[in-house]
Design a protein around this ligand. Structure first.
Ligand code: NDP
Length: 269
């Protein structure tokens, strides 16, 4: 019997995860099915339970259920605990394992796919929502020289500063004026609305990377700003999406798929 997996969310019809996991399954020879699973906003747990009862072996979790998935899991990885959010569930005989692969996906895309070392670099993270929180521990594990978090609602950035300790510094946007960074990651949802976070001019160092977690929107206002300010490289979040999927696949199947061809095929579309 083929093991079943799915991405659960609301909305979920736009998700590219089925295409990515189908490609991973072909490449590794793993016999799996992977579908989209729309859960009612008030019916996350019952939808998960029904899926599990019907040969479901694991789920990717997307907006708005990552915090609920964290509460549903009975065993958590360290990175899920740091993020207090789960994007990967695996149903084991003894319980439900919850992990968060978003940060690993971001780090692998920046470090391995883009060839941009994070170690020793000044990193600026824009946003303090679920996506930002999920990537902080994996970014810190790469030993940047500093990690600054700017958010429109400063209190949310401050709460991340308290949670992650001295290696993280919270900042208001306007206070960034005059400071340069080597890597600037946009983890806000501003690009979804086609807008730019209120970033003062001059934060991109000459050899810097501008990275927008958003994908599928072309050159976002954030990436345009990075390019106009002389960032050496700009990238969207498609590589992060593929890399976080590969890590989920590994958690479920114990096999690590190759990502380059899948990423190239998605880019070509
Ligand atoms: P949340 O809703 O949890 O957080 C949104 C964040 O964006 C908050 O910090 C909010 O600030 C900030 N924000 C929203 N609008 C603006 C604006 N106009 N100016 C400045 N700040 C703004 O969203 P997520 O963290 O879940 O997702 C953020 C983005 O990351 C999305 O675009 C999502 O698609 C992308 N993403 C990409 C992934 C990938 O694999 N590539 C994986 C996960 C997410 P405030 O606190 O003040 O409201």
């Amino acid at each position: 019997m083929t093991d079943r997996y799915a991405v659960i969310g609301n909305p979920v019809e736009h998700s590219r995860s089925p295409q990515i996991h189908a490609a991973f399954a072909r490449e590794t020879g793993e016999d799996i099915e992977y579908a989209r699973l729309l859960a009612p906003l008030d019916g996350f747990r019952s939808t998960v339970d029904a899926f599990r009862a019907d040969r479901g072996r694991g789920l990717n979790v997307t907006v708005p259920f990552k915090a609920q998935a964290y509460r549903l899991a009975t065993v958590h990885s360290e990175r899920a605990r740091a993020a207090e959010a789960v994007n990967t569930l695996r149903f084991d005989a003894g319980g439900t394992y919850g992990d968060n692969t978003d940060g690993t996906g971001l780090v692998r895309d920046i470090r391995d796919n883009l060839g941009f070392a994070i170690a020793g670099r000044r990193v600026l993270l824009l946003g303090a929502g679920g996506a930002a929180r999920g990537v902080i521990a994996p970014l810190l594990a790469e030993s940047p020289s500093s990690l600054t978090i700017a958010n429109r609602t400063l209190d949310r950035a401050r709460s991340l500063e308290r949670h992650f300790g001295q290696r993280v510094r919270a900042s208001a946007y306007e206070a960034l004026s005059g400071t340069r960074f080597d890597i600037v990651v946009n983890a806000t949802s501003a690009s979804l609305a086609g807008t730019l976070p209120p970033l003062p001019a001059g934060v991109f160092a000459p050899d810097s990377l501008g990275y927008d977690m958003m994908y599928g929107k072309g050159l976002t206002p954030f990436l345009e700003r990075a390019r106009d300010e002389g960032a050496a490289r700009v990238a969207d979040g498609l590589g992060m999406l593929v890399e976080q999927a590969a890590e989920s696949f590994f958690i479920w199947r114990g096999v690590r798929p190759k990502t380059a061809a899948v990423l190239a095929a998605l880019r070509a579309q």
